[in-house]
Design a protein around this ligand. Structure first.
Ligand code: ATP
Length: 809
């Protein structure tokens, strides 16, 4: 269709989506739109910063929206700069140019005329001759740079092969400076801009003639390796030798000397930290330091003496037992004591070991010991704070304890409402904070959680250490346990009886490396069906049809896998399962997004945290209505009993959820799980992946796939993220290495193989002043250091295999 143009004044912004800068504008028409007689019109498109009341030139086409009628879809736009003296003075002395008043504005017009803005835009050097202060000159230039319209910048970025979505990300960070920044050093955008990696930077670098051994390029490769480790592997550092070899692979140049210099320069610029033989991104390195310091603060500022006598606690436990009509075993009692007599304690155990029952006991005991009236538990400032990373886990905690439990995001007030601000988190007080499903908490959320704790007396971290680590980087729960700085109870005895017990037995056997004989046997609750990767899809189709015939509710069946691609991958399985579980009806309302069709009744999965909607990565919902004509509210879904509305743009974060990855299933449980693993998943086959998958099944589990793949998972230990938090906690809390073994011997209490580790015999010094000793690092990396043998990039080179996902797609 032919492009048409018109000038209009921006009245208001009706809708905006910050993710890709899509906006719907209400515009007064100033020059007539060809063949259309209107005074105002809605203009849609992607726009940068706009000013209400400013005049713009729009280029695009007329469209008809089924509900809102005639609209103008802008493909590009430009702001029309004021040329008339009085409006130009008004404009130059507005908020856009802070520090430039009426007088300075008049000077600019005197010296450059009423075309001043265009003149400076074309030739920024003209500013130097103006009789303004240097600060005013900077303000003027910045303001004019910012005026660059978004579409101009996207067009220029497109010439460098940058996609619109990435261009929008660049614009959001650098605004009018985008092109300047990119052309000065495309590699400096790595790690700063989502979707922009070494490959993109290198394409532009070559176009700009940046030599292959240019320090900018070398630094870019180093940043990329560290970013990959963080985002793909969840590692918080990379061994120097690996950093050198992997960066060198990206660069395809000879020798490490120049690379060592590049690392040093990054260190000097405060972007990278070298600590011993490890290299880390500074912000990540500092985040680990901050976590360790916060934990030190929490331990040091809480009383170290036992507050309650053993007798008092025992009496309280007895009462709790009577109320709950159970008898806690010795280990469970120790866990309750640890929680009540320590500032920070940890509880870890597999399914059915009584974690939730212990949380209940801790709260009942504390209520008695502190004489807390029941009504107070529900006040605005409750003494018990219960939280979990997922809505589902929080809901369950709340149901079992009868005390309200929240997601960690909600507890902290993160991202709720327009004014949400991560520097303005809720302060946490009260008697106790208990966080469940801790294995899912990544280092970023954990940092925010613990820095928000103010006067809370006791903090208890509860989880299952053997599950997959958090989706986000770090390995917080395992690191806390490994530090031996906090009393830790490991529960192993299975208390849950009944139908599902054989799956729980299998899960525990997997962790104890005793599952080889029982995993392929057929039991009342689980079975294994061997098939190769080509047979996965038809096998699952048959199993699901069979389950339906046997009377399973279609909402109770969940297929799990490891990967999205391939015939047995999640994407293909979702096509097949959607046909069975929510068959096509040609007439029915539907929406299409990223090669998927969404229909009423479809099970869907949220792929990103969205605190504003209070739904999180991995949460499953069901579509209850679809409005094909409504851009801003095209879909409504039920998430755990709550209606959540989605606009067209939000669909990017949704996928169908008949089949989901094991990673995304963390924190959820399903009555029937159908799990598939084959050797196509060999890179991911680890014990914690299999364990996490199996423990998602509440009552029934069908495993399909290659026996070899299951055996490989059983025999490959999981959870080997490279993190430095354990060491940092131990350094700050002065836990001596040698004490570990002693401590284990002395203080391990065994019952049913359960263990309780207390730190009473360790050298944890609670009276010491906070100290940063040992946390700050700076080391200059010299070529000599590399070749001295201390850091030998050749070591292990044979073993280093650049995984496909480490290379930017
Ligand atoms: N000491 C006990 N005596 C009797 N029953 C117990 C005891 N401890 C726990 N149980 C029971 O065992 C079952 C599992 O306990 P609970 O739900 O607390 O475990 P969990 O570790 O939280 O499990 P999951 O992680 O699977 O939710 C529950 O039915 C609980 O009532």
């Amino acid at each position: 269709m032919a492009q048409i143009e018109f000038n209009g004044r921006l009245n208001s912004i009706v809708f905006e989506n910050n993710q890709d800068l899509f906006k719907i504008l209400d515009v007064d028409v100033l020059t007539q739109i060809p063949d259309l007689d209107r005074e105002d019109i809605r203009v849609t498109g992607n726009f940068g910063d706009l000013q209400i009341g400013a005049t713009y030139h729009f280029i695009g086409e007329l469209t008809v929206h089924p509900k809102f009628g005639q609209q103008f879809k802008a493909s590009s736009y430009n702001s029309i700069l004021p040329h008339e003296e009085s409006s130009l003075i008004k404009y130059l002395s507005s908020d856009r140019f802070p520090g430039i008043g009426k007088k300075a504005a008049e000077k600019i017009i005197d010296e450059l005329g009423t075309d001043a803005l265009d003149v400076i835009k074309q030739n920024p050097n003209k500013i130097s001759n103006l009789s303004l202060t240097s600060k005013q000159k900077d303000v003027l230039l910045n303001g004019i740079n910012k005026m660059d319209s978004f579409s101009d910048i996207v067009l220029k970025l497109a010439k460098y092969g940058i996609r619109k979505k990435v261009a929008a990300n660049i614009y959001k960070v650098y605004h009018g400076e985008s092109i300047k920044k990119l052309e000065a050093d495309p590699y400096s955008l790595i790690g700063e801009i989502r979707g922009f990696g070494f490959k993109s930077a290198d394409t532009i670098g070559q176009e700009l003639g940046i030599p292959i051994n240019d320090p900018r390029r070398l630094k870019g490769a180093v940043s990329q390796v560290l970013e990959n480790a963080l985002a793909q592997e969840g590692d918080t550092y990379v061994e120097l030798k690996d950093l050198l070899t992997q960066a060198d692979d990206l660069l395809a140049i000879e020798g490490y000397d120049a690379l060592a210099n590049a690392i040093n320069e990054l260190q000097e610029a405060g972007k990278v930290v070298i600590d011993g033989e490890k290299a880390a991104l500074s912000n990540v390195y500092n985040l680990e330091n901050d976590i360790a310091r916060d934990l030190q603060r929490l331990v040091n500022t809480r009383p170290s003496v036992k507050k309650y006598s053993d007798k008092e606690i025992e009496r309280a436990i007895e009462k709790a037992e009577k109320l709950l009509k159970i008898s806690y075993d010795e280990t469970q009692k120790e866990a309750i004591k640890n929680a009540l007599n320590n500032p920070i304690s940890i509880l870890t155990g597999g399914p059915g070991t009584g974690k939730t029952t212990i949380i209940n006991g801790i709260l009942l005991c504390l209520q008695q010991l502190e004489d807390i009236p029941t009504a107070t538990l529900y006040s605005n400032d409750p003494p018990f704070l219960l939280a979990a990373p997922t809505g589902r886990a929080a809901k369950r905690m709340g149901e079992v304890t009868n005390v309200s439990a929240k997601t960690i995001h909600r507890l902290l007030g993160l991202g709720i409402g327009e004014n949400s601000n991560i520097s303005d988190l809720n302060e946490l007080n009260g008697e106790i904070l208990i966080v469940d499903e801790m294995s899912m908490v990544d280092m970023f959320l954990f940092k925010m959680l613990i820095e928000s704790i103010d006067t809370t007396k006791h903090i208890v971290f509860v989880g299952d250490q053997d599950q997959l680590p958090s989706v986000g980087a770090g390995n917080v729960f395992s690191d806390l346990i490994a530090s031996h700085a906090f009393p830790t109870t490991r529960l192993k005895f299975i208390h849950r009886q009944g139908d599902d017990s054989s799956i729980i037995t299998l899960a525990h056997a997997i962790n104890e490396e005793k599952a080889a004989n029982i995993i392929f046997s057929k039991t009342q609750n689980y079975s294994f069906i061997p098939c190769n990767s080509q047979q996965i899809a038809p096998a699952i189709e048959q199993i699901v049809n069979y389950a339906l015939k046997k009377g399973f509710d279609k909402d109770d069946i969940q297929v799990l896998g490891a990967m999205y691609a391939g015939s047995g991958g999640i994407n293909n399985l979702n096509d097949i399962l959607q046909n069975i579980l929510n068959p096509k009806d040609a007439q029915a309302k539907h929406l299409k997004a990223h090669n998927e069709v969404f229909k009423i009744g479809d099970r869907i999965l949220q792929l990103q945290n969205n605190p504003e909607k209070d739904i999180y990565n991995g949460q499953i919902g069901k579509i209850i209505s679809i409005d094909e004509d409504n851009k801003t509210e095209c879909l409504v879904a039920n998430f755990d009993g709550r209606e959540v509305k989605f606009g067209l743009k939000d669909l990017a974060d949704l996928t169908r959820a008949y089949a989901i990855t094991i990673h995304k299933s963390q924190g959820s449980e399903f009555p029937l799980v159908v799990l598939n693993l084959t050797m196509q998943n060999y890179m991911m086959l680890r014990r914690n992946l299999l364990y996490t998958a199996i423990t998602r099944a509440e009552k029934n589990l069908v495993m399909v796939g290659e026996k070899r793949a299951y055996e490989m998972a059983l025999n490959t230990s999981g959870n080997d993220r490279k993190t430095d938090l354990t060491r940092k906690i131990r350094t700050l809390l002065k836990i001596k290495d040698t004490d570990d073994s002693k401590k284990k011997e002395k203080s391990t209490i065994s019952k049913n193989e359960q263990t309780i580790e207390t730190n009473e015999q360790t050298s944890l010094d609670l009276t010491s002043e906070p100290s940063d000793e040992g946390l700050e690092a700076e080391q200059i990396l010299t070529p000599q250091l590399i070749y001295s043998g201390k850091i030998d990039p050749m070591i292990g080179m044979d073993n280093i295999e650049l995984k496909p996902h480490m290379i930017e797609k």
